[in-house]
Write a new protein. Sequence first.
Length: 136
Amino acid sequence: MLASTGAQVIKVLLILLLERRWRPGAFMETGGMPSSHSAMVTALATGVGLTQGFGSPLFAVSAVFALIVMYDATGVRHSSGQQARLLNELVGELRAVVREGFAPLPLRVLMGHTYLEVLIGSVLGIVVGWLSFNIL
């Protein structure tokens, strides 16, 4: 949970630094840098590996779980976000053509992650998992 929360805090701070905007709502959003999903599952796998052993069946299960989550974040969810962006553009063009009685809600665009966002989230998760094991 620390890794996921830390990733979300970093996300808000990066928006503040790079875009010069205070967007605390980004704390609750999916997608973006770094991946909180990747941070959480790699922290879990790291913690399991450190407590149960990296050769244990439990670590194998948690590592496979982490890989599935990260694959999904860059594959299915990222593609869904791209499709949502294109559909929103199409709806905007249709609104220009049909002015009356056509107002669908826009789709959420920021759903998935790039490979870099997943990589940084994973590194954050490993660091938090290691620190939690060695300090807490």
